[in-house]
Design a protein. Structure first.
Length: 451
């Protein structure tokens, strides 16, 4: 494990246009993963970064990537690419692109996206001129390779972002097709929220003598996330969700459903009951998903129901709550889900519903995270307590946040604890996520709309 020293961005000797972009967008103090990864990447090392979502990984790889490109003379030749960023979903690709375009403003660098659900002919035409940075999903990239619309032989910088999710989605075969087409020598940076044997094998295959940096143990949630679980019958989940949402009307809440049909059904039920809700899942078009995410970001809706895949790449600092309406079948996905809150230094709350059939899923999640998630309401299924799987009740009749000590009363929807008494406030400037993002000043507007 590589140690690191604290720095500020002025100490890095970055290209003047890049340094100016950082100042213009209020980036002053780097996050821990940026502190750890950026100096190593600027020195040319391959980097393997282990950090949860919402920790500023985009800037951790984006800053050294852009700085390196600005030092290279000349434009890319037709169809060629200088730097390639691979990500598992369209949403994450678009989020990364938004961040990198802010940092490349004022330069001549061309940044393009390659994703499904959008016109492939438009992408072919864009790539024909040559591109400095391409951010892509593996599937659409292979489609363009098959059409000979892109030349990867000039790629000298490769980033694999949220690599664990790419493996979970079955993209390993796509990576094996893409890798031989890339230029050598090259610098590779890999970022993941979790570590597994597969991830170790991926690192060994694509990185050369990598420097490993880690800002929190794999499987550990961000420190500012307060977690709780409600034990509830499956048939009672809709009513419990409405109770939870009404405890803090207007707060941005991301609700996870295990299936596409379940997400859509849940969203329609919420809308029928007067909640400002939308859904994103695989049956929605890219345009529909983009509009829903924008409405959520802008506060026009305050409840977004999503599946795991559709929610990848959502980077909205103002998300106050994540509700696991259905527990995920893959424990790592729980970590990814709750990482949608407590971003950019804010606090957040992760609420899980668990019915009798999900007891083993909860046990696996707690084993991964090495914690017992505090119980907000209900009785733990016998299958969970008999197996020694934990499930401890909050002390003091609902307590103060499961060890988080947030001083905001009881858990949301916890049967008399009341609401949180206010939304978490973010820092003025955080080198993290989408520059200038967030929902400052929108809370009162949302509350009036919801009233």
């Amino acid at each position: 494990m590589t140690g690191y020293h604290l720095f500020d961005f002025d100490m890095l000797g970055l290209a003047p246009t890049l340094a100016e972009a950082l100042k213009r967008n209020g980036f002053t103090e780097p996050t821990p993963i940026q502190n750890a990864a950026i100096p190593l990447a600027l020195e040319g090392h391959d980097v393997m970064g282990l950090a949860q979502t919402g920790t500023g990984k985009t800037l951790a790889f984006g800053l050294p990537l852009i700085d390196g490109l600005l030092a290279q003379p000349g434009k890319p030749a037709p169809k060629t690419v200088k730097a390639l960023v691979l990500a598992p979903t369209r949403e994450l690709v678009n989020q990364i692109a938004d961040n990198l375009k802010v940092l490349t403003e004022g330069t001549k660098l061309r940044v393009g996206t390659v994703v499904g659900g959008q016109s492939i002919n438009r992408q072919i035409n864009f790539l024909a001129r040559g591109t400095d940075i391409v951010i892509a999903t593996p599937g659409r990239l292979i489609d363009l390779m098959d059409r000979k619309a892109i030349d990867l032989s000039t790629v000298r910088q490769l980033v694999l972002d949220e690599a664990d999710q790419m493996l979970d989605l079955g993209f390993i075969h796509a990576l094996r097709r893409i890798a031989p087409q890339l230029g050598t020598p090259r610098q590779t940076m890999l970022f993941s929220a979790t570590m597994s044997k597969q991830m170790e094998e991926l690192s060994a295959a694509y990185l050369t003598n990598p420097r490993k940096v880690q800002v929190s143990p794999p499987g550990k949630a961000a420190d500012k996330i307060t977690q709780s679980v409600h034990f509830v019958d499956k048939a009672a989940k809709p009513a419990k969700l409405r109770e939870v949402l009404r405890a803090d009307m207007g707060a941005l809440t991301l609700v996870f459903s295990r299936t596409k049909h379940g997400a859509e059904r849940l969203m329609k039920g919420l809308v029928a009951d007067g909640f400002n809700a939308a859904s994103i899942h695989g049956n929605k078009s890219q345009g529909q998903r983009d509009r829903a995410i924008k409405a959520f970001r802008d506060g026009d809706i305050n409840v977004l129901v999503a599946t795991d895949v559709a929610a990848r790449g959502i980077d909205i600092p103002g998300v106050a709550y994540v509700v696991n309406y259905d527990l995920p079948e893959v424990p790592d996905n729980y970590v990814h889900r709750i990482g949608r809150t407590a971003r950019a230094g804010r606090e957040g709350e992760a609420i899980a519903f668990c019915d009798d059939d999900e007891a083993d899923l909860l046990r696996q999640i707690q084993r991964l995270m090495k914690i017992d998630i505090p119980v907000a309401s209900g009785e733990a299924p016998a299958a969970l307590t008999e197996g020694g799987g934990g499930a401890r009740r909050r002390r003091g009749g609902g307590g103060g946040g499961g060890g988080g000590g947030r001083g905001r009363g009881g858990p949301r929807g916890g049967g008399g604890g009341g609401g949180r008494g206010g939304k978490p406030a973010g820092p003025k400037h955080e080198a993290h996520g989408k520059p200038g993002g967030g929902n400052a000043g929108q809370g009162q507007r949302r509350r009036r709309r919801a009233a």
